[in-house]
Every structure is written in structure tokens, then in C-alpha cells.
Design a protein around this ligand. Structure first.
Ligand SMILES: [Zn+2]
Ligand SMILES: [Zn+2]
Length: 111
């Protein structure tokens, strides 16, 4: 192996390292979710711009509300402990331990 090949190898290695760091930071982009329906948006502003079909006051009766917790692998209902892999699937059904009464509202994720 010549000196030049070694140098080229180092440059390539540094280049690949840079790409990896870049890819890691790109995947760390924060998404904003609605706590009622799991709707995903790139900003709070765009999230709350449209009405929510799973709003507690009724479908379309209010806007999406920001889920203030971080992105998780598992979301847990704070009333009954039901687990789900997304807010959308967690909030797709009614909660039997909802504070307003059995099935009077949807599951709501813990923060
Ligand atoms: Zn929503
Ligand atoms: Zn629940």
C-alpha cells in the first residue's frame, strides 16, 4: 500500500464519518403530534392550524392540541395503562376508565 492510498483511505473514512453524523442529525428532526389523534406535523404552528377529528368536544369541534411528551417506542394511556406503538392507534378507541365515565372519551397518552 502506498502513502497515497493510505491518505485516500483516511479522507474517505473522514468523509463517511461526516455523512453518518449528518444522517444522525437529520433523523433527530423533531415532529409534533396531536395528543387526541396522533396527527404528525413539522411545527406546532402547522399542527394547530387544522381541526381534529378526535377532539374531546366532538369530531372537528376543535383543533389539534400539542402532545408535549417526546417521541416514544410505546405510548401508555394515563387512565387505564393501555399500551400502543403510536398515539394514532392509542387514541383510536374509547377508554373504559376515562375521567368523564366509561367510554366517554378516548385513551390519552402519558407525557
Ligand atoms: Zn388531532
Ligand atoms: Zn385508556
Amino acid at each position: 500500500m502506498t502513502k497515497d492510498t493510505v491518505r485516500l483511505g483516511k479522507v474517505l473514512f473522514a468523509f463517511i464519518g461526516t455523512i453518518c453524523v449528518f444522517a444522525a442529525s437529520a433523523s433527530a428532526v423533531t415532529h409534533y403530534y396531536c395528543k387526541y389523534c396522533g396527527h404528525k406535523a413539522m411545527s406546532v404552528n402547522s399542527l394547530t392550524a387544522s381541526s381534529c377529528q378526535r377532539h374531546p368536544n366532538g369530531p372537528g369541534a376543535g383543533r389539534h392540541a400539542l402532545y408535549e411528551g417526546g417521541e416514544k417506542a410505546t405510548y401508555v394511556c394515563k387512565y387505564c395503562g393501555l399500551k400502543s406503538t403510536s398515539i394514532a392507534s392509542l387514541t383510536s378507541s374509547k377508554c373504559q376508565r376515562h375521567p368523564n365515565g366509561p367510554a366517554k372519551g378516548r385513551h390519552e397518552p402519558t407525557l
